[in-house]
Design a protein around this ligand. Structure first.
Ligand code: FPP
Length: 244
């Protein structure tokens, strides 16, 4: 349970984990070295969620655009995802974390998809913290896939076009069981959202921090999450005190 001081904290935090490549290059090491260091941070940040009152954490691990990277880097990342799932599955389960994956699985290797399915199944009864990992994910791709499925339902006569509204479309998104993110954090000093949770982040707060992802500590995460509580979120409305 979140403490009183965390009552107004973000329930759902989404993170664009950027800067692994630069972190490695600064050390004269290959980019994959940075991704391995980044994976270690994932564990630390997930572990700190319950004490910060963050119930949902969604992380951007691989975008629909990341296939454009070198074959070595893409293959290395896919191998890292497999190893991560194999190594962390038991601990995540025991820590009460429910793991989900979002993104288009069609382009992913069968053995990776099997591991993803297995981890989702293994942790499906957990509720302490909900970790969602975006792999081969793109916001536009997700909305396009959702629109296609919705159009199919209309074509089949199971849905009338007259009933299509934002709520209906959202039911077809990969994230349909998740609340919208309250806070989106991007590391490494870039101030872009790079096709991440485009629909879901319509009213999210954004925090861009300079730290490269492998250096993003639990303490910095706690600070950024703490900053959120002071923000005045109006969702398009006007504060009562400002009504005249
Ligand atoms: C962006 O840094 C990072 C990625 C594209 C990969 C994110 C992956 C991890 C943190 C590894 C582990 C994740 C899991 C879930 C096990 P970048 O390579 O774009 O960095 P740069 O901007 O400095 O080049």
């Amino acid at each position: 349970m979140a403490k009183d001081s965390q009552k107004n904290g973000p329930r759902h935090v989404a993170i664009i984990m950027d800067g692994n490549g630069r972190w490695a290059q600064m050390r004269g090491r290959p980019r994959l070295f940075g991704h391995h260091a980044g994976a270690k941070r994932v564990r630390e940040i997930v572990e700190s969620c319950p004490e910060l009152g963050v119930k949902y954490l969604t992380i951007f691990a691989f975008s629909t655009e990341n296939w454009k990277r070198t074959q070595t880097e893409v293959a290395g990342l896919m191998k890292l995802f497999k190893r991560y799932i194999q190594r962390e599955a038991r601990d995540l389960f025991e820590a009460g974390v429910r793991v989900r994956f979002i993104g288009d699985r069609v382009k992913l290797a069968d053995d990776l998809v099997d591991l993803m399915d297995h981890l989702e199944l293994l942790t499906e009864k957990n509720d302490k913290c909900h970790l969602t990992v975006a792999i081969n994910y793109g916001g536009r791709d997700e909305v396009t896939r959702a629109a296609k499925r919705l159009a199919y339902e209309v074509e089949q006569g199971r849905l009338s076009y007259k009933d299509v509204d934002a709520e209906t479309l959202a039911k077809f998104l990969d994230t349909h069981v998740l609340p919208d993110p309250d806070l989106v954090i991007r590391t490494s000093g870039e101030a872009r959202i790079s096709n991440f949770l485009l629909w879901q982040s319509a009213y999210a707060e954004y925090e861009f921090v300079d730290t490269l992802w492998p250096d993003f500590t639990r303490a910095e995460f706690a600070r950024v999450v703490g900053n959120f509580s002071g923000r005045d979120r109006r969702f398009g409305a006007v504060r009562e005190a400002d009504v005249n």
